[in-house]
Design a protein around this ligand. Structure first.
Ligand code: SF4
Length: 330
């Protein structure tokens, strides 16, 4: 698939933030939250981004929507590079890409009723008014499983799951093609999580939506996504079709994530990996593999050379010197 054929193609995107210190908060360095990331999402599919807190996945989601400006790289949506667009042209493209946020308690304005929350994007973009606007809002809340009687209520009157349904209805208002779903179920009770995941799957089928699904939970990613990228310190360190990743995880970090699931899959056995410590921060002058400080397989060259993301099998990519050597099997 070419970049022009994909709904979304991210090419070599980096986002660096200044590190400031001292009395006058002068710039003393840079931290790469997203580092040379590329990914492709065909229309109608779901791509999962998984990793610990601090891995850069939410920043990447915001960079893709240009809610945060990338430092370098290309973001091609329907073949157009969003980084080259400004003003009305950018707003028009942005309408086709919407975000659903993690926390349904803080992402809704407590002073706005459901009706005005869902209607707001349609009003701002001048898409509907009067009766047409009213009908459209009623149709949107019905699409997410809410009823007319909910229209004039306020966010505090709803449960977490219902609030997330309101957030999804608002995100759908401009008929986007791509939804960036940032941990959309992690603030919800387990029973409600499955309802929202099933709603998202149903909406994808009915509306032909494409998802970038951000989560720290591989089980959720497996339920929803077709393909998955594992992020560590700003970089995708492994990417594969979901079932391939569960059957043959390669990168030590991916294997540690899967090892942390109580019963990842009795049919798919791999050598578990346990890692210690916490995810750190990557400065511009750091060399070598970013997972080296925590990796039980670390070698001398891991500390010198940053491994490239390379194919190890059919559409299975991994960034690890163990595989460039062909030295490890599952
Ligand atoms: Fe571990 Fe080396 Fe592979 Fe990095 S490159 S994950 S340190 S074995």
């Amino acid at each position: 698939m070419t970049d022009a054929e994909a709904l979304l193609a991210v090419r070599n995107v980096t986002k660096a933030f200044a590190i400031r210190g001292g009395l006058f908060k002068t710039r003393i360095g840079e931290m790469r939250a997203v580092d040379d990331v590329s990914l492709t999402i065909p229309a109608g599919t779901s791509y999962g981004l998984v990793g610990e807190s601090g891995s850069g996945k939410t920043t990447l989601g915001k960079v893709i929507l240009r809610l945060v400006e990338p430092t370098t790289g290309q973001i091609l949506f329907e073949g157009k590079d969003l980084c080259q667009l400004t003003g009305d042209e950018l707003q028009l493209q942005r309408a086709g890409m919407q975000m659903v946020f993690q926390n349904p308690y803080s992402s809704l304005d407590p002073r706005q009723s459901v009706k005005s929350t869902v209607a707001e994007p349609l009003v701002i973009f001048g898409r509907a008014r009067g009766k047409e606007l009213d009908d459209r809002v009623r149709s949107l809340i019905a699409t997410v499983g809410l009823r007319d009687e909910h229209l004039y209520r306020f966010p505090h009157e709803f449960s977490g799951g219902q609030r997330q349904r309101i957030g999804i209805a608002r995100a759908l208002a401009l008929e986007p093609k791509l939804l960036v779903l940032d941990e959309p179920t992690s603030a919800l009770d387990v029973s409600v999580q499955s309802q929202i995941l099933n709603l998202l799957l149903d909406l994808q089928q009915r509306l032909g939506l494409t998802y970038l699904f951000i989560s720290h939970d591989l089980a959720v990613i497996r339920y929803v996504c077709d393909r998955v990228g594992v992020m560590y310190l700003g970089r995708i360190v492994e990417e594969a079709a979901v079932e391939e990743l569960f059957a043959r995880p390669q990168h030590p970090y991916t294997r540690s994530l899967l090892s942390a699931i109580p019963e990842p899959d009795p049919d798919h056995r791999f050598q578990p990996v346990e890692v210690n410590g916490e995810i750190g921060r990557l400065a511009l002058d750091d060399r070598g593999c970013r997972f080296a400080p925590r990796c039980p397989f670390v070698m001398d060259r891991c500390r010198q050379i940053d491994p490239a993301l390379e194919a190890t099998g059919s559409a299975h990519l991994v960034a690890c010197h163990l595989y460039s050597d062909g030295a490890v099997s599952n």
